[in-house]
Design a protein around this ligand. Structure first.
Ligand SMILES: Cc1ncc(C[n+]2csc(CCOP(=O)(O)OP(=O)(O)O)c2C)c(N)n1
Ligand code: SF4
Length: 326
């Protein structure tokens, strides 16, 4: 039996078993104990479990400690501008829909300077896994209050303690139209984090994942020092995420149907006052992706035909234009 080259490549790629080294570049230069290390490890394990070819993945980030992610994850990478990872991701998603897209941002990056892009990209429902490493502070620039800093947080921009109640990102995303996936996990729960990322990765559309992230250097007291006392509740449902509790083994588990937007909003609204929800808050698999909406009525021309048309167009400006007579 003879194989043509496409069959051969498909078979070879399928047979390939990736190791964690295949997703690793240089050793990550985050501080010791930084939650970003755990998040990177969870992403790498998730990619390996999915046998995802590194060259089929593109990681887009903004600016911040968290946004150094593409330097350490061996995929294609795009370390963009502060707050601008999401508009770049929309462009990548439209230009290269066959690539798997991972977007990584910090809380300042996404909720503050990138707030406008955040809301609109959620509404576009591009095909991407968007993870926010939320350490409740601007860390790279050495401790300024972020939108999620708790009231009273002492920082370089709030030396008397921040005045306002923090912004609630879960409540905000749950008010956006065309939303399709919202989950929350924590950087000190490796099993739960990996299961959450796996669920997000398999979702068609924009999967918004907030990761509560430890920053022992600038916010050592946030998240109760990430101890077993952290006030959390695990959300459980047959279509949700397995509540792998790790260090939070005494935390309660509550039943929550992620298709119920009203129940999700209620849980999110009480997150800061009550128990932080961990798991899948909201899921709607019926929302079309932006690519589907944008191109459903357009006959997709093949890329060679497009290139030929572009060549003809550029030739029309050339001296001695071959398309011109005489
Ligand atoms: C347009 C612009 N404004 C401000 C900055 C300075 N800056 C760099 S990172 C950062 C905040 C980083 O905080 P966050 O997004 O929460 O990420 P973390 O470092 O905590 O991971 C700021 C204000 C910048 N690089 N570009
Ligand atoms: S400053 Fe904080 S967020 Fe930045 S690398 Fe260090 S521990 Fe991580």
């Amino acid at each position: 039996m003879s194989l043509d080259i496409d069959d051969y490549i498909a078979k070879e790629v399928h047979a390939c078993e990736y190791t964690l080294d295949d997703y690793t570049t240089e050793p990550a230069r985050w501080c010791k104990g930084c939650g970003a290390h755990g998040a990177l490890g969870a992403v790498q394990r998730m990619l390996r479990e999915n046998n995802e070819a590194p060259e089929n993945v593109i990681t887009v980030s903004g600016i911040g400690c968290s946004s150094r992610f593409p330097h350490y994850l061996k995929t294609y990478g795009f370390h963009t501008l502060h707050g601008r990872a999401l508009p770049v991701s929309v462009g990548v998603s439209l230009a290269r829909p066959e690539m798997k897209l991972l977007t990584v941002m910090g809380d300042g990056d996404c909720f503050s300077i990138g707030g406008n892009h955040w809301l609109h990209t959620l509404r576009y429902n591009i095909n991407a896994t968007v993870i926010i490493l939320d350490n409740e502070i601007y860390a790279l620039t050495k401790k300024q209050a972020s939108p999620t800093s708790r009231q009273g947080t002492m920082s370089n921009t709030s030396p008397r303690g921040s005045y306002l109640e923090p912004l609630n990102p879960l409540s905000i995303v749950l008010g956006v139209t065309n939303l399709s996936f919202v989950a929350q996990t924590a950087s000190w729960l490796p099993g739960h984090m990996q299961a959450t990322l796996d669920r997000a990765w398999k979702h068609k559309g924009l999967a918004f994942v907030r990761i509560l992230q430890r920053c022992p250097v600038f916010m050592p007291d946030a998240f109760s020092g990430a101890s077993a006392e952290f006030p959390a509740q695990f959300l459980e449902h047959c279509s949700g995420i397995t509540p792998d509790k790790g260090i939070l083994r005494n935390a309660p588990t509550v039943a929550h149907d992620p298709s119920d937007i009203n129940a999700a909003q209620k849980i999110a609204a009480n997150a800061h006052k009550d128990l932080e929800p961990l798991g899948l808050l909201y899921l709607n698999t019926e929302v079309p992706t932006y690519n589907e909406v944008r191109y459903s009525h357009v006959q997709q021309s093949d890329k060679f035909a497009k290139a030929e048309l572009l060549n003809q167009y550029l030739d029309s400006y050339a001296i001695g234009n071959p398309n011109e007579e005489g």
